[in-house]
Write a protein that binds this ligand. Structure first.
Ligand code: AMP
Ligand code: ZN
Length: 142
């Protein structure tokens, strides 16, 4: 698997940086966003390093899409939100800040006041993320 030694998401894949894991399979990893814009904000990444959706091989993009759908379904089951945003940025001008392909799954509720573009909030407590991730993992285990 190709990795970039300077990439924080590659370091998460390799276990060199911690994450609050929600789900993984052979090609993808899903973990809690460290600065959630809403409770239950999850990132899905390919385990290989590809900067964005334009550079990832189609087979791995399919694997990411499969995991995105699984996480979005788990989010619906665990939190019963009014809606779910699936968002992904390519390039700094599009709001991308981490240059390892990732897809945001964000539970939404009527009147939650979130704007449609991605704006990181303050970092959440690890214990808070753990509690939310546990509810999502329950869906995958059932
Ligand atoms: P983007 O602006 O689409 O590139 O989003 C990058 C996302 O990565 C932001 O929502 C950050 O909060 C999130 N992020 C950055 N570092 C970490 C990390 N170590 N663990 C989890 N999420 C992270
Ligand atoms: Zn990477």
């Amino acid at each position: 698997m190709n990795h970039d030694n300077d990439c924080i998401f590659c370091k998460i894949v390799k276990g060199e940086l911690p994450c609050v894991k929600v789900f993984e399979d052979s090609l993808t990893l899903a973990f809690m966003d460290i600065s959630p814009v809403a409770p239950g904000h999850v990132l899905i990444i390919p385990k290989g390093h590809y900067p964005d959706m334009l550079s990832v091989p189609t087979g791995q993009l399919k694997a990411v899409s499969r995991s995105v759908q699984a996480v979005a379904k788990a989010c619906g089951e665990a939190f019963a939100p009014d809606g779910i945003n699936v968002m992904q940025a390519n390039g700094a001008a599009a709001g991308q800040t981490v240059f390892h392909l990732h897809v945001h799954v964000i539970p939404r509720n009527r009147g939650d006041g979130l704007r449609l573009h991605i704006e990181s909030g303050p970092s959440a407590e690890a214990a808070h993320l753990e509690a939310i991730a546990a509810r999502l993992r329950t869906v995958f285990e059932s």
